[in-house]
Design a protein around this ligand. Structure first.
Ligand SMILES: [Zn+2]
Length: 173
């Protein structure tokens, strides 16, 4: 068990928060990242749009970005990582959407020229660069819980029980 979350009581509280958030989402069957984003859109009442980051666009170490506008949540994810890492980044950002904490602007990413946002003002913006805060650790736990559950379902109900690589690709439906 990974413990970014300090002591046991803190970790237990984080897990309860994640379970609460998950209970408000209709978990997609079969599980794909896209389907989970759709479920997140419905649960949050705001469209969640996925955008691959253009190569070389984001500062090094930034693997994901969540930009909220009045009408949508825009999730940017790096393509320069494994499919599983991309899935984790995207579900991590879904966790922020489903467990709002007041939001805020991360420093250093304000100057990015966010594609696809057009003229919508950004209400909050955050990057996935580390898990130093309880908020970041909690949404990271959320991502691991969702993917664990998705994998378990795929193993139990998938038409072809099989090797993880094919399922990783299946993650993106
Ligand atoms: Zn984050």
């Amino acid at each position: 068990v990974r413990t970014w979350l300090g002591n046991d009581a803190t970790a237990a509280r984080a897990r309860r928060r994640c379970e609460q958030a998950l209970s408000e989402v209709e978990f997609p069957v079969p599980f794909t990242v896209q389907a989970f984003c759709q479920a997140t859109s419905i649960a949050s009442g705001k469209q969640l749009a996925l955008h691959p980051m253009p190569i070389g666009w984001a500062p090094a170490g930034l693997c994901g970005l969540l930009a909220e506008t009045r009408t949508a949540n825009h999730v940017y994810f790096t393509q320069q990582s494994s499919v599983l890492a991309q899935a984790t980044t995207i579900i991590h950002e879904c966790g922020h959407v489903l467990m709002p904490d007041g939001g805020g602007y991360s420093q250093g990413i304000l100057s990015l020229d966010l594609p696809a946002l057009l003229d919508q003002p950004i209400m909050s913006l955050r990057g996935r660069v580390g898990f130093s805060s309880d908020v970041e650790a909690t949404v990271e736990l959320f991502a691991s819980m969702v993917l664990t559950r998705g994998f378990r379902m795929a193993a139990e109900t998938g038409p072809e029980a099989g090797d993880p690589p094919s399922r990783l690709e299946d993650l993106f439906g």
